[in-house]
Design a protein around this ligand. Sequence first.
Ligand code: ATP
Length: 302
Amino acid sequence: MTVTARAPAKVNVHLGVGSLRADGFHELRTVYLAVSLFDTVTVGPGDGLSVSVTGEGAGGDVPTDRRNLVWQAAELLAAHAGVPADATIAVAKNIPAAAGLAGGSADAAAALVALDELWGTRASRGDLAGLAARLGSDVPFSLAGGVALGSGRGEQLSPVLARRPSHWVLGIAADGLSTPAVYRELDRLRAAGRVADGTDLSSPDAVLGALRDGPPAALGAALSNDLQAPAFSLRPELRRALRAATDAGAVAALVSGSGPTVAALTDDEDAAVRLAAVLAGEGVFRTVRVVHGPVPGARVLS
Ligand code: ATP
């Protein structure tokens, strides 16, 4: 018997980064949007744990040992439920790694729901959310999906109303960016006085209002990401990539999370398909993907 689950990538349509906390994390105020790019995780019986990773997002440095978040998810759920951590876990990655799309978090969330079914551990959604928060700041959102306001490190979620779907082109770079390195660069720019410090955590109200009842132009005008400046600083060519997206007709574009993926908002699905064709032709990105959001979080498929 095997169980397959899938979980979505996310875009942060608002990412306000506060000051550094005593525990080494920054205080965040973020609005997550789950988008239609999915990883799938298939689990089956095993003797101990084994992890394999395949697919487009598998290149580079995705580990297959206990450093992989799905391995950690399995150990955590097994300990919580008091069952042996026995499973084979096959991760099929469409979400590129280290892209600012929370691919690893998606895999962890999918592994939790798949293993819960395989092992018959019947954890409540609340229990799974608690385990998810221990695995990483974005994992609770990968489990929940939809659109949500995240505070704390991003793991404390409250629901957000989005009246209409939004359509995006994701411009994916050849090389990833390390999330901790981008936060360190933000701290450096702040210490040097080159960007505003984190004392006033930027408010998500404009984005929340635009999601509630605005047209795409209102959402476009409200998009903001405090990690964009440090991502540009580490990867100067990202500025040009972002401009290429707006020059080619995007309503607006921003760096997704810690980057380097560029998320370009369009008026509708047709406009997204047209924009993707132009950007693919220009060769600014390694790949482009047309997606929409919000979509549901981690769920068992079969
Ligand atoms: P975020 O947007 O949450 O910062 P990200 O999309 O930038 O995340 P991930 O793809 O989640 O980054 O992974 C970052 C690093 O985590 C990888 O470079 C890899 O070493 C490690 N990792 C552990 N498990 C996984 C996994 N299942 N998939 C991808 N990376 C993983």
